[in-house]
Ligand binder design. Structure first.
Ligand code: MEV
Length: 305
């Protein structure tokens, strides 16, 4: 049996980190995908117990590849790894879709999403589940984790085509998502008041983004700027990224991280916007960085013939 599945990466428009604590996030699938192919024996041993034996996606891949029943095994991802674009979640979702196919179950997105969440827990400790959920369902989602067992998601239909957002690479973070999420948790535990205030501010901004997507609010520059400041206050944005954002802001634009961020070195990809995209391109060129146009709202997980 030969099966291929792919799933998209993501950008969090607003709500990263706060979403771990039950605040909402607004997230979009991107046009970069992780594709996974397996050829080998169709084996009913591939189920959630099979994956729970391994403590990372890497270990699972290694074990899988070395099975005598595996003929072909390939992972082909267009999503840069560890840079805030949901690479591990997209690959976890593609893998979960294959496991579901191999265990002879009919395609069930809920099942794939739950299995991918388990893989994300292995990778990241205590993820909110927003990354695997957008990789499974695609499009634009409003997501909120209500309790460890319950999360809600709602597909958002945009009032306009969103084609003026760009990515700028601020460099690979030295920390993992797990480290960054733990850092926020430690600061919150030491002094919960400021963190709660920042999370509430982030929620307000996330609601602003929702209104913007629904055509009821126009000041995207201001929303991204406020969001960036909240993330700086949370302590997840490094010096380098802050400097890039400052340069973009000075020229009338705005930018923010797209995922967990990074402090010591880079903070991963930044989501950048300027009402005049050509101006944004000139600013980014000027600091020797590359501007990558984003197509948002991509298709969720799919099986390929
Ligand atoms: C990472 O893409 C998003 C975080 O909010 C972590 C999570 O939601 O699990 C930083």
């Amino acid at each position: 049996m030969r099966v291929t599945a792919s799933a998209p990466g993501k950008v969090i428009l607003s709500g990263e980190h706060a979403v771990v604590y039950g605040f909402p996030a607004l997230v979009a699938a991107v046009n970069k995908r992780c594709q996974f192919t397996f050829e080998g024996e169709n084996n009913s041993a591939f189920n959630s117990e099979f994956i729970s034996k391994y403590s990372s996606l890497k270990q699972l891949f290694k074990a899988w590849k070395n099975l005598p029943t595996t003929k072909e095994f390939s992972l082909d991802s267009q999503i840069p790894v560890g840079r805030g674009l949901g690479s591990s979640a997209a690959c976890s979702v593609a893998v979960s879709a294959i496991i579901q196919q191999l265990s002879k179950q009919s395609i069930n997105l809920e099942f794939i999403n739950n299995m991918a969440y388990k893989l994300e827990v292995l990778q990241h400790g205590k993820p909110s589940g927003v990354d695997n959920t957008i990789a499974t369902y695609g499009g634009f989602l409003w997501f909120r984790r209500e309790s460890p067992e319950l999360s809600i998601r709602q597909t958002i239909v945009t009032a306009k085509k969103i084609d003026s957002l760009y990515l700028v690479d601020s460099g690979k973070p030295a920390e993992s998502t797990k480290d960054l999420v733990m850092g926020v948790a430690e600061r919150r535990q030491a002094n919960s008041q400021p963190s709660e205030q920042i999370f509430r501010q982030i929620e307000e901004t996330t609601r602003g983004f929702l209104r913007w997507m629904q055509g009821q609010e126009s000041n995207l520059v201001e929303l991204i700027r406020i969001n960036h400041r909240s993330l700086v206050d949370l302590g997840v944005v490094g010096e380098k990224a802050q400097q890039i954002v400052q340069t973009i802001e000075k020229a009338g634009g705005a930018a923010k991280i797209t995922g967990a961020g990074g402090v010591v070195k880079g903070s991963g990809f930044l989501l950048a916007y300027h009402p005049d995209s050509e101006k944004l391109r000139a600013i980014v060129d000027n600091i020797d960085l590359k501007l990558d146009q984003l197509q948002l709202g991509g298709e969720g997980v799919k099986l390929h013939e």
